[in-house]
Design a protein. Structure first.
Length: 270
């Protein structure tokens, strides 16, 4: 594997202010979201808001450094504005050039980051340069679907065929990992309203951890990891999560889920 690695995920809510501006709506806040949902259903047949109207409330990541040490982190609106969350996340790429790993990141997370970065008037050349500044990125950048600098696991595991796209939760369960443990993204607005910041960051970090576990299984599939190296990464991940009290439930569910496949049944026996 090419280290360092950054596995990431974002959580969002509808940007009501931008939505009101876009659709020229003058409504009380309690009515505005319903109006925007109705307009979206009329336009696209779905409640899922257009990419540019997703306000980022949390970005979580798992950083794997060149020595294999793990650091799990979250930037959220508990302490920072959306602009500051973006500044902190984007600064990682100014200092380092990790392999970026996501689930549906090419379809959702990176486009949202692009639009919201532009909305706040920020610059992010280290993430969005396609060779205009660094000529090497002409051949390997974070946007190109077939490059290796950003690996969208949902896309590559579908062999770049949208008909084969799968949900993160389903694949995590299938492979013996915890999945979302009954939670869904529909809870995010409620977490924000009630200021349940730990639940928000734990949920986002849970998606990051599931993505990481799928990623190292994918690396095993491709021959980029030996079975012994894969086993060591699993052990290291379990040991690291034992130091993260907010993920005790993740570990407990993982130890149970692992029993559902022959390959993962021994993950917690070392």
């Amino acid at each position: 594997m090419r280290l360092p690695i950054l596995i990431f995920d974002i959580e969002t809510i509808t940007d009501l202010k931008s939505g009101a501006h876009l659709h020229q709506l003058d409504l009380p806040a309690e009515d505005l979201e319903q109006a925007l949902m109705k307009l979206r259903r009329q336009d696209a047949g779905t409640d899922f808001q257009r990419i540019a109207l997703h306000e980022i409330v949390c970005i979580s990541g798992l950083w794997i450094d060149e020595l294999g040490a793990m650091t799990l982190f979250s930037f959220s609106q508990e302490n920072d504005s959306e602009a500051e969350i973006l500044r902190k996340f984007l600064s990682i790429f100014d200092k380092r050039h990790p392999t970026l790993v996501s689930w549906n990141g090419a379809q959702f997370d990176l486009p949202v980051i692009l639009f919201r970065t532009m909305y706040h008037g920020l610059a992010a050349p280290s993430l969005f340069d396609q060779g205009e500044i660094d000529t090497q990125k002409r051949y390997n950048n974070y946007q190109n679907r077939y490059h290796q600098r950003h690996i969208d696991l949902m896309d590559v595991m579908a062999m770049f065929n949208g008909r084969h796209f799968q949900k993160l939760d389903d694949i995590a369960h299938l492979l013996g990992f915890p999945g979302k443990r009954g939670e869904t993204g529909y809870h995010i607005p409620a977490y924000i309203r009630t200021k349940q910041w730990l639940k928000l960051t734990s949920y986002c970090e849970g998606d990051v951890l599931n993505t990481w576990l799928i990623y190292i299984r994918w690396q095993l599939l491709k021959g980029q990891l030996s079975h012994e190296d894969h086993r060591l990464w699993i052990q290291n991940t379990i040991n690291y999560l034992k130091t993260q009290p907010q993920h005790t439930d993740f570990l407990n569910v993982w130890s149970q889920s692992a029993q559902n496949t022959a390959f993962t049944a021994s993950d917690f026996n070392f």
